[in-house]
Every structure is written in structure tokens, then in C-alpha cells.
Design a binder for this molecule. Structure first.
Ligand code: URA
Length: 202
């Protein structure tokens, strides 16, 4: 599949998400939130679930946590338009409660399709739910944040969720340090993925 086919298929997955009725969140949502950004992004961020503002606009991370994420991305030398940002669950849980295991399971195929079509080199799960869904069921985000690990050729870098920094001021320093370090991690990863001119990669 070439890039334009993949971008078209991504649009098709997003259309399916917008009309999805797989779980009860589809009845309470205003708008489903498939995700935003570049279909060919090297770096993908995966949050927990849309909040009130995201539900209203149908766009990911556009509320208070999203404004903080935009600032943190700058520390990593990244721009919202060049990365892809989505969530584990594509519809808002009522009252911003935690997403339930059945809701995460119902949405998982959409997330896996997005990863397969975007083919990012680095994925940053934001917070416990995303890290446990994408990396390891019992992962402790307070222990593992900022520590990269490679799985199936993709470098995963679990990070605290930006909303945690809004609620617990002491986590802001950790978030900022991790996003600064992410700049170095991404640069190293992209460099090693780009063949030197005149060489071929095995
Ligand atoms: N929190 C999330 O996890 N995702 C959003 O899109 C907004 C807030």
C-alpha cells in the first residue's frame, strides 16, 4: 500500500469511528473523536479518552490538557501538525469517568488500524490507560514514564498524561523533563531509521 492509499484508508477508519455503535459510549457522545494530525507522522501520541471540549468539537486534545500538550510538544521540538494525536477510547465517557475495559476493548481495533496505517516510528502513550493498553497490562506509569522500549519495531515512550500535570503541580517538572528528553529520543530514532546516502538497509 502506498502513502496515498494509506491516507485514504485512514480516512475510512475515521469515518467508521464517527458512525461506530460498538459500545454504549456511542449513545452519550456528541461527536466521536478519531484523532488529528499527519497521516504519515513519525511520532504518535495516544491519550485516554475525549473530554467535554473534545466531545463538542470532535477533535483530540483541544481542552485544557490539550493546551498543555501543545506546549509540551514544543519542548520536544514537535508541532501538532506533524505528529498524530489520538486516544485509546474515541468517545467521551460520561462525566470524564475512567474508560471501562469493555469500552477499551471495543475501540482497540480502531487504534490498531491507525497504528498499522500511520506506521509511526515512535508511539508515546499518555498516562496509565494508554500505556497499559499499548505496552503492558500492569505497567506503572510513575515507574516507567520516560523509559523507551522497543516492541515490534516501534519505539514506545510512555509519558505522564498532561492532565496529571494540571491536577498535580509536582508532576509538571517530570512532564517537562520527559518531553525535553523525547526530543533526543526521537532525533536518535529518526536518524537510525534513515539510511545514509548510497547505502542500503538490510
Ligand atoms: N484527555 C485525553 O486523554 N484525551 C483528549 O483528547 C483530551 C483529554
Amino acid at each position: 500500500m502506498d502513502f496515498s492509499d494509506a491516507a485514504e484508508s485512514l480516512q475510512e477508519v475515521h469515518a467508521q469511528i464517527r458512525r461506530c455503535r460498538r459500545c454504549p459510549l456511542s449513545r452519550s457522545r456528541a461527536k466521536a473523536v478519531p484523532g488529528d494530525g499527519a497521516p504519515g507522522a513519525d511520532v504518535m501520541f495516544v491519550g485516554e479518552a475525549p473530554g467535554a471540549e473534545e466531545d463538542r468539537q470532535g477533535r483530540a486534545f483541544v481542552g485544557a490538557a490539550g493546551r498543555l500538550l501543545t506546549q509540551l510538544l514544543k519542548l520536544a521540538g514537535l508541532d501538532r501538525d506533524t505528529v498524530f494525536i489520538t486516544n485509546v477510547v474515541k468517545c467521551r465517557p460520561p462525566g470524564n469517568r475512567d474508560p471501562q475495559p469493555e469500552e477499551i476493548a471495543a475501540c482497540n481495533e480502531y487504534l490498531l488500524s491507525q497504528i498499522a496505517l500511520i506506521m509511526p516510528k515512535v508511539i508515546c502513550p499518555l498516562g496509565r490507560f494508554a500505556a497499559q493498553t499499548l505496552i503492558e497490562k500492569n505497567l506503572s506509569i510513575s515507574r516507567e514514564h520516560g523509559k523507551p522500549r522497543r516492541m515490534s519495531g516501534i519505539l514506545y515512550v510512555p509519558l505522564y498524561h498532561p492532565a496529571a500535570g494540571l491536577h498535580q503541580a509536582k508532576l509538571i517538572d517530570s512532564l517537562e523533563a520527559d518531553f525535553r528528553e523525547l526530543r533526543r529520543i526521537v532525533a536518535g530514532e529518526l536518524k537510525s531509521a534513515t539510511p545514509e546516502p548510497g547505502t542500503t538497509r538490510a
